[in-house]
Design a protein around this ligand. Sequence first.
Ligand code: MD6
Ligand code: FE
Length: 216
Amino acid sequence: MAAEAGAQTDRPRFQTPDGFRLLPGFLGPDEQRKLADDVIAAIAHAPLYRPSMPRTGASLSVEMTNLGPLGWISDRGGYRYEPAHPVTGRPWPPMPDALLALWAAVSDWPDPPQACLVNVYGADSRLGLHVDADEDARDAPVVSVSLGDRARFRIGGLRRTDPTRSLVLSSGDVVVLGGAARRCHHGVDRIYPASSALLPEAWRPGRINLTLRRVR
Ligand code: MD6
Ligand code: FE
């Protein structure tokens, strides 16, 4: 339509970066249920904690833990990967088989993931625009899967100030950031509270996002 075409020339048109893939509903309801149960069970051994930012020491609104041989942590000492939980000192619990299978199915990478960052969002959590850049394996994709409440996810470009586009991620959706998209800014603007019944009320309402990575 003419009106739409006119409106589009007013702002830079967003090009979804090469290597960005959204696989809506990749996990069905039963797979989501099983994975959520496994992750909640693992969190009992590797409790959620609220990381702080290196420079300011300010706490994130997202709570985190990890699964697998290595885990991403952030504290006054900076961002890095560690083999043990910063609070308990114990190794991270293993990744559920379903996550290894998911990686094998969508990553197009020969080796298995070495880290799974678990991000847990409450109704008011958000995650600022960032690039996942703490991995030495910078050519391997990052694969994410969302469980629970919907989120507004934002994806931009190589520069922080590049145009962005937002999309809604629902429970069971998988996102792959590979190729050029691997270095693109992205974040979570907001959660849509109570938009999913997957996570048990008795545990905590909200959203879990799992990101699978190669580190080395
Ligand atoms: C989230 N996701 O969906 C945050 N990073 O809660 C990420 O930061 C992310 O979805 C790398 C690749 C895929 C992602
Ligand atoms: Fe990320």
